[in-house]
Design a protein around this ligand. Structure first.
Ligand code: PRP
Ligand code: URA
Length: 209
């Protein structure tokens, strides 16, 4: 059974307060989302397995620890997930990056798929799907379904803000996936926006509105 982990780290909470503010412009918004992703990555990778290897320092042979087995991949859900990639790669520079393009139909709130390009060996990797917002959960559920259809088994989902409705949808559709959340909000409004939330993450990252 996957875990739902809401981040408690004070730096993450402080930075989320800044991106929620209407007065935070695109440049700062982008920078802070990236910093949050970096901090969340640090927290979300706590349980990666290590193995002991032998290395040689300039002084002598010794034992060191190395990440065991599976290599990692980061898969942002376009567009807003792109804002989390740099922060993730700062922590895990060797990770490969796949892209899944989905947008939410504004009328039905259903996800519409328009792009999917994954690393060739994605099925063998431990995959972190990233998207700042988990609202109805439609986009995350569909993205993870796409990954599973391509044989990916080890999947984690990271979002900056989640609504309880989205968490429930994910738990029902993908009970095996761990969910890492920066801040768990109150609810969705009638337009499917998270309350209090931060507005439209893609528009705020890319300055499109
Ligand atoms: C936003 C957000 C998520 C989705 C969350 O993307 O980045 O992908 O909405 O909503 P859901 O949980 O109800 O599916 P959007 O569809 O606005 O596309 P964009 O990133 O291209 O702006
Ligand atoms: N997508 C966003 O960008 N913001 C929300 O509040 C909900 C979905």
């Amino acid at each position: 059974m996957g875990k739902v982990i809401v981040m408690k780290h004070p730096l993450i909470q402080h930075k989320i307060g800044w991106i929620r503010r209407t007065t935070t412009g695109s440049r700062d918004f982008r920078g802070i989302v990236s910093e949050i992703a970096m901090l969340m990555c640090y927290e979300a990778t706590r349980e990666l397995e290590l193995e002991e290897i032998e290395i040689e320092t300039p002084i002598c042979k010794t034992k060191a620890k190395e990440l065991k087995g599976k290599k990692l991949a980061v898969v942002p859900i376009l567009r807003a997930g792109l804002g989390m990639v740099e922060g993730m790669l700062t922590m895990i520079p060797a990770a490969k990056v796949g892209h899944i393009g989905l947008y939410r139909d504004p009328e039905t709130l259903e996800p519409v798929e328009y792009y999917c390009k994954l690393p060739e060996d994605c099925a063998e990797r431990e995959v972190f799907v990233v998207d700042p917002m988990l609202a109805t959960g439609g986009s995350a559920v569909a993205a993870i379904r796409m990954l599973k259809d391509k044989g990916v088994k080890n999947i984690h989902f990271m979002c900056v803000i989640a609504a309880p409705e989205g968490v429930k949808a994910m738990e029902e559709a993908h009970p095996d996936v761990d969910i890492y959340i920066g801040g768990l909000d109150e609810r969705l409004n009638d337009h499917g926006y998270i309350v209090p939330g931060l507005g439209d993450a893609g528009d705020r990252i890319f300055g499109t509105q």
